[in-house]
Each structure stands twice: as structure tokens, then as C-alpha cells.
Design a binder for this molecule. Structure first.
Ligand code: DAH
Length: 350
């Protein structure tokens, strides 16, 4: 092989090396195999032809082939470096504002209808100047019953079917899941002297047969006002104002807040009254029925004595309402169990 033929080959391959595409990792691999491959690479191939060059020119041709090989290696190294930093540059360009690849936009949730009802009740009483108090769901016998003037073994305890716990009783008192929020009355009066004006929202538990109108757990909001000169007229005015604020603001069936006070009995109030709200239903004989929403009354002097408040100086009223009942009346829900099934087809309506 003559020097010129080899020179021509070198020039052609140099042109190829300079023009070969090197934009992708695949390009780079093809390039490496073609120009730098040890077995079939074209540059290796040219080295094998050097023996045919006249001896005095071999040295120079060898140097030129080495240069050719080096230029291929340099282009490949540069391309690989570019490819690598290219991916990094891509990472910093990541567009965080691109919408995610979700087939449909994620659905927005909402507050459970009971949570909404509780919040509305609390807002109304806060606007009337009530503070919010809380008590434990696991109560003792003293706070749930005895201090509230339910004597031990008195039949009045049968009004509330109770879940008793087998936990060791502090100071000999039985432990139970509270059956109402009224024990918070006792806890508040034990902790602070009158004047008192609080509500106590929370969960209560009863060992009752589950039906469209009763469940083993439900919510109550207790109210307690104790001060000098508090009368039954104050109680009646407060509850009437509350019912107007709560039902008057809604489009529910009891929109006009048709309500009545009915004499009743509770061990911890004297006198006592229950409040009913009219449930309008065209399909019922009489166009609807009365639905009880709360119990109330003047705090029994025995309760005040039990917590160390002087009943000669102070009087008070109390009430306790069922939150589920309020939600059902407001929205026309006819089965309490719907509130606990967590079926989104039901919940999404509120
Ligand atoms: N705690 C009673 C119940 O769950 C309801 C009640 C009645 C609460 C009269 C009161 C009240 O504060 O004065 O059945």
C-alpha cells in the first residue's frame, strides 16, 4: 500500500469522524464500535495496513494514525460528557407546575354533615356569650350519675342504658362510657365558681338497640348557666333564640322552628322540660310529628350542693341537645344510621 493511498484513507475517515452524529447514547456506542473498536474498528484496520507502507515513512504514518485515533477518542469523550451533563440540566429544568398525570382531577372532600352541624351550634352559642368546655368520654360513676342526683341503684339510671368498663375504679367509683354530656356540668362547677356560662359538645354512648332513630354512639351539646337570679324565663328565651337561629337559617323542614316546651323529668333539673321541634312530613297523618331535640330545666339544688355551690345564692339552668337529631331535622334525614355509614353518595349532598 502506498503512502498516498493510506493518506487518502486517513483523510476520509477523519472526515467521517468529524461528521458522525453523537446526539444520543446509541450514537455514541455506534461511534465507539465503528472508529475505536479493537476488532473491527476502521482505525484498527488502518493500523494493520501500515506494514505495506515503505519503511522510511512508517513512523510518520504511525503518528498520523495515532492522531486519528485520538481525535475519535476526544470527540467520543466530549459527546459522553455532554450527554451526561445534559441529563442533569434536564433535571434542573424540571417543570413543577406541570399538572400531574391523573386521568380525572382529584375530588374535593367536605366536612361531614355532623361536623358542620356541631360547628353551627357552637357558633350560635358563642355569639350568645358561651364558652366551650370539654370532658372525658370515659367517665366515672360520680360525674355521670351520682353527682347529678341519680342515687346508686335508683331506677332513674335505667333511662340511660350504660356501657360499664371493667377498669379499676378510682376511689371506688365505677368506670363507664359517658351516657350524656351532663357530667361536664359537674366538672365545670367543680373547677370554677359561678358565674358560669358554658356549652360542652361531645360524643356519648348508649347500649341501645340500633334503629332508624337510635345508635350506640351519638353527639350532644350540653349547656349550663349558673349565676345569681337565673330563672326559667331565661332558659326559655335562650332556647327559643337558639332554635330560631339554627333552624331559621336553613331550608330544612323545620324552617319556621315550630317548637314546644313539654314538662318532663330529669334527676338533675327541677322543674324539667323537653323541647320538641315540628317535623313536617306531608305523607304522615296530621302533616308531620313532634321530634324531641333536647332536655332542659333548672339545675336541681342537690347538684349545686354536690359541687359546693350555695343554692341559696345561685340558681341555674341546663340543657342537653342531640346533635344527630338537629342535623336530621335540618336536612330532612330520616335514618340516623346514614350518618355513620360513610357512604359518599349520601355525604356529598351536604
Ligand atoms: N343528659 C340528658 C340526656 O342525655 C339530657 C338533658 C336533660 C341535659 C336536661 C340537661 C338537662 O342539661 O337539663 O338524656
Amino acid at each position: 500500500m502506498s503512502e498516498t493511498a493510506l493518506e487518502a484513507d486517513i483523510a476520509a475517515i477523519q472526515a467521517e469522524i468529524d461528521a458522525a452524529p453523537l446526539a444520543t447514547p446509541d450514537d455514541a456506542e455506534t461511534f465507539r464500535v465503528r472508529f475505536l473498536g479493537r476488532k473491527s474498528g476502521v482505525v484498527t484496520d488502518l493500523f494493520s495496513k501500515i506494514g505495506a507502507v515503505p519503511p522510511e515513512q512508517r513512523r510518520e504514518m504511525g503518528q498520523r494514525l495515532n492522531g486519528l485515533k485520538q481525535s475519535a477518542q476526544d470527540r467520543l469523550d466530549a459527546a459522553l460528557a455532554d450527554l451526561e451533563s445534559g441529563t442533569e440540566a434536564g433535571a434542573t429544568d424540571l417543570d413543577l407546575t406541570l399538572p400531574g398525570r391523573v386521568p380525572a382531577p382529584a375530588e374535593r372532600g367536605s366536612l361531614h354533615v355532623l361536623t358542620q352541624t356541631l360547628a353551627d351550634i357552637q357558633d350560635i352559642f358563642r355569639s350568645f356569650g358561651f364558652a366551650v368546655a370539654r370532658g372525658p368520654e370515659i367517665e366515672d360513676d360520680w360525674h355521670n350519675f351520682t353527682a347529678l342526683n341519680f342515687p346508686p341503684d335508683h331506677p332513674a339510671r335505667d333511662m340511660q342504658d350504660t356501657f360499664f368498663l371493667e377498669a379499676p375504679a378510682p376511689e371506688g367509683r365505677g368506670v363507664l362510657l359517658r351516657t350524656h354530656t351532663s357530667p361536664v356540668q359537674v366538672r365545670v362547677l367543680e373547677a370554677q365558681p359561678p358565674p358560669v356560662r358554658v356549652i360542652a359538645p361531645g360524643r356519648v354512648f348508649r347500649n341501645e338497640a340500633i334503629s332508624y332513630k337510635s345508635y350506640c354512639l351519638f353527639h350532644q351539646v350540653e349547656g349550663l348557666v349558673v349565676d345569681e337570679g337565673v330563672s326559667f324565663a331565661d332558659l326559655k328565651a335562650m332556647l327559643t333564640a337558639f332554635a330560631r337561629a339554627f333552624f331559621g337559617a336553613s331550608d330544612g323542614p323545620a324552617r319556621e322552628a315550630k317548637m314546644r316546651f313539654r314538662p318532663s323529668f330529669f334527676p338533675f333539673t327541677e322543674p324539667s322540660a323537653e323541647v320538641d321541634v315540628w317535623w313536617a312530613d306531608e305523607s304522615m297523618p296530621g302533616g308531620g310529628r313532634w321530634m324531641e331535640i333536647l332536655g332542659s330545666g333548672m339545675v336541681d339544688p342537690n347538684v349545686l350542693v354536690n359541687v359546693g355551690v350555695d343554692p341559696e345564692r345561685y340558681t341555674g339552668y341546663a340543657f342537653g341537645m342531640g346533635v344527630e337529631r338537629m342535623a336530621m331535622l335540618r336536612h330532612g334525614i330520616d335514618d340516623i344510621r346514614l350518618l355513620y355509614e360513610n357512604d359518599v353518595r349520601f355525604l356529598r349532598q351536604f
